[in-house]
Design a protein. Structure first.
Length: 135
């Protein structure tokens, strides 16, 4: 099988969370270029979790370049383009809004939020980010 070569710099992904859905999303990030004609390559840059040893093990097992324990520091990094949120639902809104405000593209596992108010706040942050070219 021949893969079409993506053009331009790779999109650098930070995945926040590493439980069951972290495993599923890791497989997805690795396989996406084989399933879709992506306009740019994907780089699995960093996976984030609270337990340093466990997240480092997950990074090695799933093919992430590095691991970290502070999602706030990771979303502030200049070398991250996309934040993929796979944490429990009660943290989705805080992480997504902060990532959007930091200029990162955001993917969020379901459920989007735990309350309508959280979902509305996330949608408003996404709308503000969209005005700056962020998805």
């Amino acid at each position: 099988m021949t893969l079409r070569r993506a053009q331009g710099p790779a999109l650098r992904v930070a995945m926040i969370g590493y439980g069951f859905m972290g495993a599923a999303h890791s497989v997805g990030w690795r396989q996406a270029p084989r399933m879709f004609d992506l306009p740019r390559a994907v780089e699995m840059t960093v996976v984030v979790g609270r337990n340093a040893d466990a997240v480092a093990s997950a990074a090695e097992k799933w093919g992430w370049a590095e691991s970290a324990t502070d999602w706030r520091e990771v979303i502030a990094r200049d070398d991250i383009d996309i934040v993929d949120i796979v944490t429990p639902g009660d943290s989705h809104a805080e992480i997504a809004i902060a990532a959007l405000e930091a200029g990162k593209h955001v993917l969020c596992e379901k459920p989007l939020a735990n309350t309508v108010a959280e979902a509305e706040a996330m949608a408003e942050a996404a709308e503000r980010a969209r005005a700056r070219g962020i998805r």
